[in-house]
Design a protein around this ligand. Sequence first.
Ligand SMILES: Cc1cc2nc3c(=O)[nH]c(=O)nc-3n(C[C@H](O)[C@H](O)[C@H](O)COP(=O)(O)OP(=O)(O)OC[C@H]3O[C@@H](n4cnc5c(N)ncnc54)[C@H](O)[C@@H]3O)c2cc1C
Length: 487
Amino acid sequence: MQRSSPTILWFRKDLRLSDNHALSAAVARGGPVIQVFILEPEDGGTGPMGSAQRWWLHHSLSALSKDLETRGSRLILRRGDAQKVLEALVKETGAEALHWNRRYEPVGMDIDGPLKQHFRDAGLTVESFGGQLLHEPTRLKTTGGTPFRVYTPFWKAVDAGGDPTAPIDAPKAIAAPDRWPDSEALDDWALLPTKPDWAGGFREMWTPGEAGAHQRLKHFISKGLRGYRRGRDFPAEPHVSMLSPHIALGEISPAQIWHATIGLPASVAAEDYVHFRKELVWRDFSYHLLFHFPELPRRNWNARFDDFPWRDNKTGLRAWQKGRTGYPIVDAAMRQLWQHGYMHNRLRMITASFLIKDLMVDWRDGEAWFADTLVDADPASNAASWQWVAGSGADAAPFFRIFNPITQGEKFDPEGTFVRRYLPELAKLPNEFIHKPFEAPEQVLRKAGVVLGETYPQPIVDHRKARETALSAYQEISAGAKSGVRE
Ligand SMILES: Cc1cc2nc3c(=O)[nH]c(=O)nc-3n(C[C@H](O)[C@H](O)[C@H](O)COP(=O)(O)OP(=O)(O)OC[C@H]3O[C@@H](n4cnc5c(N)ncnc54)[C@H](O)[C@@H]3O)c2cc1C
């Protein structure tokens, strides 16, 4: 039976039409579907969306809007408190149902729970759906019935559970209401940078939107996945998917990505696609942690770190942010972040270690910079990963594992290809000194056109000394009274 009352479909960080369970169920309900995206004062994550991701959001909403138009539908844009916006829409459209896909950030969940009850009390059918993660954070439990704290058993539980639910296709058509409610204009939201327009490098690199996400997945499966396990550590090699910003705004679901790794030709080694799945599962694990420890972005998981003597090192923080530390692998990585809004995983670990351990700056300052500058900024993965590097997190790298920025560079960028790409001022240095220009003899520097302290900075710290200082600070807190993991 055809229903005539509309369903409101509330888009959040799930900006796609395929494998969108809330949307497909809204269409299946019969009657018109009114899609709305609400720019909330808090973006449902841990704070307002960062500048880089706002750029992405603009283009993603624009792509989604066009995709809906090809199905005879529309995207309505509204700004403000979600409950008020939805109340107004219900009133304007006579909608009797409200659908969304679940989100798992603490701020978002605090909004959604009461909101669901509110509209149910008002007589609406309110339904929420999964699909943003491979598995709901409450589904997987240790044999003791508690949340996981360690990744490997979490992965084993995921793996033992078999493949996630197969993705569903986008609806072919979406019924429109007789009269559309008003929409705000995307340009009025001023999500794009203007003065100055720093997004030139983003435009070169990315195609936000569902079609762009699937193109990238296809390209990665055919060109990057073979050799992923080894190659994913080498930033100059094309062995990472760069799907993270598409995943962060839900232009593609993790189930779609997982299923794209099933039934591949025998030339793709199991070690490569299984390792890729394991990385996807790190994202689920990060959400699992955030769900069960909502303070993850703010508080040390391990309370012992509350006493860590962080430094108020504004000069160091600024040099790190600008890619002017004097350590080429760190600086090239920070400039990749600035130019493209993305940083390779190996380099995220190196730069985070440098900030925390060489400069002794609180991991929360690094997390905040990444949240503002990454197009893939994600409240769970960002916080969990910073705590992982700091050693304060669940299943974290031990604090004493301090990356040496010279040997890391030499190991993972042996020819200096990556460094030369982002630091053209060092491009003419021979491989021997590309990761340590400060050790190059004067005539080598002159020949390469490098003047340390002028064309490229001197190191802002001596890594060996900084390492010792960090280790003794760690010994102090290890000997201190506080210990252990928060419950
Ligand atoms: C300090 C630090 C901060 C980070 N901040 C973020 C962040 O804000 N947003 C974010 O998405 N990732 C973050 N990561 C995790 C990881 O670096 C990125 O997910 C990855 O580099 C994205 O590139 P890719 O899509 O090419 O990865 P691929 O190697 O192609 O991996 C595929 C997907 O798996 C997931 N994934 C891979 N590695 C991890 C990981 N270690 N943790 C969680 N998920 C993972 C991502 O969704 C990724 O897109 C951070 C890591 C560190 C060390």
